[in-house]
Design a protein around this ligand. Structure first.
Ligand code: N01
Length: 501
């Protein structure tokens, strides 16, 4: 704390994944000591704890997929494997004293705001009172199960990729997989090596960018140990590369998008010689409309002799397997659902109620929106990390959380110093912000005629449509004119974002 007149709030952080760990560290750095972290599971790690499927890896280069304040010399692969990433978060969490602050196996059932305080009830029946609540509950953690007739009648083993059943041995088995997203591409590359047969049920083909993986030698790791400066350089270099290849290409279009499109199309042409198979694998929408898949192994896997790509469309599922349109029966021992997530659930089904009894379901009944992704009008002193429109095309989610974390800490600081009596964005600011987002969507690849998890119920992309640098600039300082004032204070409004950019 800067001085004794600064208030020390009580804060509850929900979730001990990548973002929760980060927020806990930042709160401590800010001198906020009354912090409780609630985690539904028995370990930190979030998405990397939950996703343990074969081939799980991060398609963002490992040296960029780290907290800026703590690089990791121990990465063994350019695209770090899930277990390495989980180990990284467990280590950081322990080293920074976060793990000992976490209450494990305790989720939040109810979270209600009354008279300037949040009242929480947990799954263990405990009650907590806090000045601030920060939901670090992640985006992609509610598995989506396909609505296919007969799904439950399947007699073999069946599981979602985020709930992988490691007791099921796939070697020599007849395996089917539904879905061809980023997860499926990783799973297929791996299990096609050992499954007796693998049938891929593809509804929509995907564009794929090949970026070769690379193993880091002991010598390379040793060079990085204790050299945060060198790791910073690597992180910045990858960040620059990704911004200028993917992020700008999918959000602004232009020559970068043309180049990216040319690259992925050439890769498909060169990788798949059979014209019939290539036709099945060729999307009819813009490159980047769905999140681009980074894989240098998927096309090879699809062409293995034990692999079959089925595009006929699933009619129903029976006890024996999958029946595709036209009546073809695919008998299976194991059915894997690589069918993605419900990204708009966020912290729900938590019973979240803000000022004047406003429930989150009511607030979001017409549209799932936020102000600057993290603030919800009607929910004072509540922040939703990685909220609506957070994702920046194919960029590192850690970098996004760091920017949002600094922004949230600055807002809490305004409360601590008395500039804000409570931190609540106005409805008008939220509407203006979302209009501004909408204006930028037209040039993006996400409106390129495809269905994807990026789109909300109205078919509008819930991403940040401008450049990364613009986002960082606009998140640098909270604009207090956009927040409710209990005590009117003279404030000078900032320039509208469009003019400032
Ligand atoms: O999920 P998805 P995901 N019948 O939603 C299909 C991140 N991630 O888990 O395209 C038939 O992309 C669906 O078909 P269609 C990353 O952000 C990161 O793969 O809708 N098919 C699609 O093929 C990624 O974007 C890493 O026609 C059905 C698939 O299931 C996000 O997670 C690694 C169906 C779902 O694809 C989600 O990826 C992995 C049905 N009824 C994931 N329902 C990194 O490396 C759905 N599908 C960082």
């Amino acid at each position: 704390m800067r001085n004794s007149s600064v208030k020390n709030p009580s804060v509850v952080v929900i979730g001990a994944g990548m973002t929760g760990i980060l927020i806990a560290i930042k709160l401590r750095e800010a001198g906020i000591s009354d912090v409780t972290i609630l985690e539904k599971a028995d370990k930190v790690g979030g998405t990397w704890r939950e996703n343990t499927y074969p081939g799980v890896a991060c398609d963002i280069p490992a040296h960029m997929y780290t907290y800026a304040f703590q690089g990791n010399p121990e990465w063994r692969h350019r695209f770090a494997h899930g277990d390495e990433i989980q180990a990284y978060f467990e280590k950081i969490s322990a080293d920074y004293g976060v793990t000992s602050q976490v209450r494990f196996n305790e989720s939040v059932d109810a979270c209600h705001y009354r008279d300037g305080k949040w009242y929480l009830t947990t799954s263990r029946g405990n009650d907590l009172v806090a000045d601030f609540v920060i939901a670090a509950t992640g985006i992609l953690h509610h598995p989506a199960y396909p609505d296919i007739p007969g799904l439950d009648s399947f007699a073999g083993a069946m599981f979602h990729t985020a709930r992988w059943d490691h007791a099921v041995d796939l070697r020599g088995k007849r395996v089917g997989i539904i879905g061809t997203g980023s997860t499926a591409a990783q799973v297929i590359s791996e299990i096609s090596k050992t499954a007796g047969s693998l049938t891929i049920f593809q509804r929509t083909p995907q564009w794929i960018l090949d970026v070769a993986d690379k193993d880091y030698s002991e010598k390379e790791q040793a060079r990085l140990r204790g050299n945060q400066g060198l790791m910073d350089k690597l992180r910045k270099r990858y960040a620059w590369l990704i911004r200028n290849t993917f992020t700008e290409a999918v959000s602004a279009g232009g020559w970068r998008h043309a180049l990216l499109s040319w690259r992925v199309k050439r890769y498909l042409r060169r990788s798949v010689k059979d014209p019939a198979l290539r036709a099945k694998l060729t999307p009819d929408y813009k490159v980047g409309c769905k999140r681009l898949i980074v894989s240098s192994t998927f096309y090879q896997a699809v062409q293995r002799p034990n692999v079959r790509l089925e595009t006929a469309g699933i009619e129903r599922i029976s006890e024996q397997g999958v029946i595709t349109r036209g009546g073809t029966r695919h008998e299976l021992d194991v059915l894997i659902l690589a069918t993605g997530f419900h990204p708009f659930n966020f912290m729900r089904p938590m019973d979240l109620t803000g000022r004047d009894g406003l429930s989150i379901d009511t607030a979001w009944s017409r549209k799932v929106q936020a102000y600057r992704s993290v603030c919800l009008p009607g929910f004072p002193n509540f922040f939703l990390m990685l909220g609506p429109n957070s994702p920046v095309g194919n960029y590192s989610v850690i970098a996004m959380s760091e920017v949002q974390g600094d922004y949230v800490l600055k807002l809490i600081d305004r409360w601590r110093t008395g500039q804000l009596q409570s931190v609540e964005a106005t409805e008008e600011a939220k509407v203006r912000f979302n209009d501004y987002l909408k204006q930028g969507m037209g040039t993006t690849a996400w409106v390129g005629g495809c269905q994807s998890w990026y789109l909300d119920a109205d078919g509008e992309p819930a991403l940040w449509p401008y450049s990364w640098n613009r986002w960082v600039r606009e998140m640098a300082e909270p604009d207090l004119a956009d927040f409710r004032r209990d005590t009117p204070v003279e404030i000078e409004p900032r320039q509208p974002a469009e003019k400032a950019a």
